[in-house]
Design a protein around this ligand. Structure first.
Ligand code: SF4
Length: 465
C-alpha cells in the first residue's frame, strides 16, 4: 500500500480491500475489438507526482477526490516540470479572467497531453489560457437560459408543463469552462460572485412539496452541480421520495462524473448500489431512471470508463450522453464520430449534441450555427440513427431545446438565428448569436456599436416575423 508517497495524501483514505479485486472481477465487458481498444496503461504514472501510484490507489474515488487540483498554484506545482513558465503564466492570467473556478481530478489531469497542452481537447475544456481569450459577443450573459425566472421553489426550475429541473447541489467533480450555470456552479472567481441557487439538504422539502402538488410534472432532472457529488443516502432520499409521487414517471440524474471520475462506479459501492436499487425499483413500478452524462471527446474514454459503464449496463441502468459542441475539442467530423461510436459501443446512447450556450468568457470554445449544422451533416449516416445524437440549441431566454436546423430565420452574414418555441412560449422569438470570431470585421463592428446593434436586432426580428 503506497501510503507514504510524497505529495499524495493517502493516509486518511480507508481503502476497501474489495476495490483492487473488483477491477478484475467478473462483470459485463465488451468483446475485445481492435477498433475499441481503450487505453489500459497506467497513464497517470507519466506525471512525476503519481509515478509510484499503483492501480489500486488510482482507482479509488476517495483518493481521486482528495488529490483533485483546485487552484492554479496546485496545478503549477503538479506540472511545472512538464510545461514552460510562460504556459503556466498563460493559465494563471486566463484563470483571472474566467467565470469558472478550477477543479480537476487526477484522472483528467493524467489524460492531458502535457507535451502539447495548447491543442489538447481536455485542457481546452477545463483550463483557460489568456492567450486564447476572444472578445465576448455583446449578447452573452452569465445565465443565458434565464433559469431563475422560472423558479417556484429554491433549486427548482419549472418551465415546461411536464418536467422540472431540480438543482440539488452546486458542486461538481470538475469544473468545465463553458458551464451553462457559470453564475452559480463552483467557487467565486475574480470576475464572478456565484449566486446560491441549489437546494441543499433540508431545503429540498419545498421542491418535493411543489412537485407533489403539481400533477403535470412527470419528469424530473436532478442536476446542479453534479449528481456525482451527492452521497449515496442523498441519491436514495431524492430518488425514493420522487418515485413515491404517483405522477412522477421519469427521473434523470445528470453527471459528468462518468467522464472525469469513472472509477467511482467501481469503488463507491454505496453510490452505485443506490442508483442500481432506484433503477430496479423504478422498473418494477413501470417508471424509469437514467443517468445523463457528459462526454465530449474520445480521449476521455479509457478501459476504466469501459469497466464503469459495463457495471451500469449489467445492472440495467440506462446511460445517455449529452455532449456540447466545443471549438477545438469535438467540432471535427473525426472527433465527433469517434466519440459517438465509442459511446454506442459502450451502450451509452449519444442523445444530445448541444450548441455551446451563449455564456460570457469562453468565446474561444463556441462555434457558429452554420458550422454546427455542417458537423451534423458530416456525421449523420456514419452510425445507426438511434445512436446519432440530436443536434440541439438550448434557446437563450428559456425557449427550451430546439433542433439546430429548425430556425425560422438565419442571417449567416450577421451570425444571428431566430427560433420559435410555440409549445413553450407562444409568440416569443428567441435569438442565438454566432460568436464574433466567426463573422467578418464589418459584421463584428455592427454588433459592437450599441446603436447599430439596436437597429440590427430590430431588422432581424422584423425579417423573422
Ligand atoms: S459538470 Fe456540468 S454543472 Fe458541473 S461545471 Fe461541468 S457543465 Fe457545469
Amino acid at each position: 500500500m503506497p501510503n507514504n508517497i510524497m505529495g499524495c495524501d493517502t493516509a486518511a483514505i480507508q481503502l476497501n480491500p474489495v476495490i483492487a479485486s473488483s477491477f478484475n472481477a467478473h462483470y459485463y465487458e465488451p468483446i475485445p475489438s481492435s477498433r475499441y481498444l481503450f487505453r489500459s496503461d497506467e497513464f497517470w504514472r507519466g506525471l512525476d507526482r503519481w509515478k509510484d501510484i499503483d492501480a489500486e490507489l488510482f482507482l479509488n474515488h476517495l483518493w481521486q477526490e482528495k488529490n483533485a487540483i483546485t487552484s492554479v498554484a496546485a496545478l503549477g506545482d503538479l506540472i511545472k516540470n512538464r510545461i514552460s513558465t510562460a504556459f503556466l503564466r498563460d493559465i494563471e492570467e486566463g484563470h483571472q479572467l474566467a467565470p469558472m473556478s478550477i477543479r480537476l481530478t487526477p484522472y483528467v489531469l493524467s489524460l492531458i497531453d502535457w507535451d502539447n497542452p495548447f491543442l489538447d481537447p481536455l485542457r481546452r475544456q477545463f483550463l483557460p489560457l489568456a492567450s486564447e481569450k476572444l472578445v465576448d459577443h455583446p449578447m452573452l450573459k452569465l445565465d443565458p437560459m434565464g433559469e431563475q425566472n422560472d423558479s417556484p421553489a429554491p433549486g427548482l426550475t419549472h418551465r415546461y408543463p411536464d418536467r422540472v429541473l431540480f438543482l440539488a447541489t452546486n458542486v461538481c467533480p470538475v469544473y468545465c469552462r463553458y458551464c451553462t450555470r457559470s453564475y452559480a456552479v463552483g467557487l467565486d472567481t475574480d470576475v464572478v460572485t456565484k449566486q446560491k441557487i441549489n437546494a441543499p439538504g433540508e431545503r429540498w422539502e419545498p421542491a418535493f412539496r411543489y412537485i407533489e402538488a403539481n400533477s403535470s410534472v412527470e419528469d424530473v432532472v436532478i442536476s446542479g452541480g453534479d449528481a456525482y457529488r451527492l452521497k449515496a443516502r442523498q441519491i436514495t432520499e431524492i430518488g425514493e421520495r420522487l418515485l413515491d409521487i404517483p405522477h412522477v414517471r421519469r427521473m434523470r440524474f445528470a453527471t459528468k462524473g462518468l467522464a472525469v471520475l469513472p472509477m467511482k462506479v467501481q469503488s463507491d459501492h454505496d453510490w452505485t448500489d443506490a442508483i442500481s436499487r432506484l433503477s430496479d425499483r423504478a422498473r418494477k413500478m413501470g417508471k424509469s431512471i437514467a443517468i445523463h452524462t457528459h462526454f465530449n471527446h474520445p480521449n476521455e474514454i479509457t478501459a476504466i470508463t469501459a469497466k464503469a459503464l459495463g457495471i451500469l449496463y449489467e445492472r440495467g441502468v440506462e446511460v445517455r450522453n449529452q455532449a456540447v459542441i466545443l471549438r477545438g475539442v469535438n467540432n471535427s467530423k473525426q472527433a465527433m464520430h469517434r466519440l459517438n461510436e465509442c459511446l454506442a459501443y459502450l451502450n451509452v446512447r449519444p442523445y444530445y449534441c448541444f450548441q455551446g450556450d451563449m455564456i460570457q468568457g469562453v468565446e474561444t470554445l463556441r462555434t457558429s450555427i452554420c458550422d454546427s449544422i455542417e458537423l451534423e451533416k458530416a456525421t449523420r449516416g456514419l452510425i445507426a440513427g438511434h445512436n446519432t445524437p440530436h443536434f440541439i440549441v438550448d434557446l437563450p431566454g428559456g425557449g427550451g431545446k430546439r433542433d439546430i436546423h429548425s430556425y425560422d430565420y438565419y442571417d449567416k452574414q450577421l451570425g444571428v438565428a431566430v427560433y420559435r418555441a410555440p409549445a413553450v412560449k407562444k409568440d416569443k422569438l428567441f435569438l442565438y448569436c454566432d460568436p464574433l470570431h466567426a463573422l467578418s470585421p464589418e459584421s463584428q463592428a455592427l454588433w459592437i456599436n450599441p446603436e447599430s446593434r439596436v437597429q440590427l436586432l430590430d431588422d432581424v426580428l422584423k425579417s423573422a416575423k
